[in-house]
Design a protein around this ligand. Structure first.
Ligand code: M6R
Length: 364
């Protein structure tokens, strides 16, 4: 059942190229995103004025990545809400809001109740769901199924990647039907999204490199994930994954915000996983990394540089293939998943079934 892998989580990490292929390719017609088969009405996408994403945990983190991408590319406001908070609010949504509900299982109770509230507020609900026929899928106006296949490990990996891919597809289609994206731009976007698949295959070859880092992190009580822009949005997921399965306390921080307090926690040997894949803020990011390095941090730098040997910047460099910065979240996510996986395994923990957690959270 584990296909020769020691754990479901590792198997699922390696299934990501297929999961992405199965999710993306059926939605491409004539090199453009197309949701005809999914029955998603273009008018809903064309007429929306803003978007609210509601979800929990990893699915919510995929929404935060989607927000960064859509706001940057389309200049449409996207609000991301934690479902357990949203459901007890008087949310600022209406019939001009497209509510995107994201859930691997399609059964998370807070997310389901958030969906019901969104409908009562008059919003259309488009859900991104992995499990066919689940309650969230059934109650939504539109469903974009992700085709990750069953995810058994409690820690979500391949479901996260395909949720991000679904966000990117939706963003591209919105851009196209609203005329924000030209046909050429939409085609180029799709070409880059498809490129993510071989890039992840390449990234997976770094697993042994990542393993060496895990042997270091396993000794630490705390770790920090830092980045700017899309890298910061991905850091949130890196920290969650590490906490969830390796029980190392981890925090994600926008790199430029560190000096407003948190840098006080950076002392000798504190692991800092620094993502630097965003060209427009690359220089700023490297200076932030120097700041933590100067305070003794053990820095693991993830970037598109082929090599990085400057000991004033990092102790360990993990290289991901070169790509446009809008798409690096996919390959960098794989590195972060492997960091969490190998750290948990090195500590001899039950990787697939971490303590206190269930795969599907159907109670409040
Ligand atoms: O099934 P869902 O996507 O609705 O689940 C949401 C969260 O419970 C889930 O993503 C959780 O955060 C993961 N175990 C994290 O790896």
């Amino acid at each position: 059942q584990k296909g020769g892998y020691p754990h479901f989580m590792l198997k699922e990490i390696y299934e990501q190229p297929d999961a992405l292929r199965n999710t993306i390719t059926p939605r491409i017609v004539n090199s453009l995103p197309d949701f005809t088969e999914d029955g998603i009405d273009d008018d809903v996408l064309r007429n929306l004025e803003n978007i609210t994403v509601v979800a929990c945990g990893t699915a919510m983190h995929a929404g935060i990545v989607g927000k960064a991408m859509i706001e940057k590319e389309l200049r449409i406001p996207v609000n991301v809400e934690i479902a357990s908070e949203f459901r007890y609010k008087e949310p600022l949504i209406n019939e001009k809001t497209l509510v995107i509900v994201t859930s691997q299982s399609g059964e998370t109770i807070d997310t389901l109740e958030a969906l019901r509230l969104a409908k009562r507020c008059g919003s259309k609900v488009l859900s991104i769901v992995n499990v066919k026929g689940s309650t969230i899928a059934r109650e939504s106006d539109y469903v974009l199924y992700t085709h990750a296949g069953p995810e058994i490990a409690v820690a979500s990996t391949k479901a996260y990647s395909v949720q991000m891919a679904a966000m990117y597809l939706i963003g591209c289609r919105i851009g196209y039907v609203k005329g924000i994206y030209s046909e050429d731009r939409a085609r180029e976007f799709i070409r880059q999204l498809l490129d993510v698949i071989p890039v992840i295959e390449e990234t997976l070859k770094q697993a042994d490199e990542v393993k060496t880092v895990a042997n270091y992190i396993k000794m630490a009580p705390d770790a920090f994930f830092i980045g700017r822009g899309l890298d910061y949005t991905l850091s949130l997921e890196g920290a969650l994954k590490l906490k969830e399965i390796s029980y190392v306390h981890a925090e994600a921080y926008a790199a430029g915000e560190l000096k407003h307090g948190t840098i006080a926690l950076i002392t000798d040997n504190v692991p800092v996983i620094a993502l630097a894949t965003q060209e427009s803020v690359y220089g700023k990011m490297i200076s932030n990394i120097r700041e933590v390095k100067a305070r003794g941090a053990y820095v693991i730098l993830v970037s598109m540089d082929e090599e990085y040997n400057d000991g004033d910047v990092c102790d360990k460099h993990i290289s991901i293939p070169k790509q446009d910065g809008l798409f690096t979240v996919f390959s960098a996510a794989v590195i972060l998943q492997l960091i969490a996986y190998y750290t948990s395994d090195a500590k001899g923990l039950d990787v697939d079934k971490p303590r206190n957690l269930a795969k599907s959270v159907t109670v409040e």
